[in-house]
Design a protein around this ligand. Sequence first.
Ligand SMILES: Nc1ncnc2c1ncn2[C@@H]1O[C@H](COP(=O)(O)OP(=O)(O)OP(=O)(O)O)[C@@H](O)[C@H]1O
Length: 216
Amino acid sequence: MIGQPLSIAGLHKTYPGNAHPVFDGFQLEVAAGSLCAVVGVSGVGKTTLLNCIAGLDHWEAGAIRVDGGPVPEGAEARALYRRRSVGLAFQQPHLLPEFTVRENLRMPLLIDDTLGPEAEAWIGQLLSTVGLGGLGDRLPGQLSGGEAARAGLARALVRKPALWLLDEPTGNLDPATAEEVFGFLLRLHAELRPTTLLVTHNPDLAARCERIVRLG
Ligand SMILES: Nc1ncnc2c1ncn2[C@@H]1O[C@H](COP(=O)(O)OP(=O)(O)OP(=O)(O)O)[C@@H](O)[C@H]1O
């Protein structure tokens, strides 16, 4: 299992200039390797929660801990934390269009200087887990929306992060394709067990996660 426990205690977060806080003493404990859906009405704070956990945003008070250690302060330490511990995927997969699917998966490892035969084998394994074994040499523009979403999910796991933070990764797909991508998401999760928060507006998908965290 690559996942580690996540603990949030007394989180207070107010955007500058806003009258009301998004979080006012929010608590959450997530067991290592679990798959949690994060649900709630629009504007309740789902993306803000992921951004705080990923160290992409700041908060006034409270602690977010991964495997017992706090999300660090400071831009450099946070960038390192994200590289080591966080895999992010969004509604848009944000693949680099001029690089093939395989190169997109290589990129984080190239930056970390950890590419090598073992890493190449790992990338091959990830691609086949998401059903893209034969499509590694395609450019993102040559993929369907569902294939691109699957590539985005795999890329978010290539560094074997403790946390897999997914913000509506099936949100812009038709229901059949969303279902297919969710199936691959479940498969990846079952194989690697990253501690996962999946923001979704789809109650059917949420119900099939191990746990539902309802905000608001
Ligand atoms: N940069 C910002 N500055 C000020 N307010 C913000 C900012 N980002 C988000 N908000 C506000 O914070 C609240 C939470 O926003 P957030 O995007 O986290 O909600 P959400 O639950 O993810 O919504 P949705 O389901 O529509 O994506 C909203 O009221 C939003 O207007």
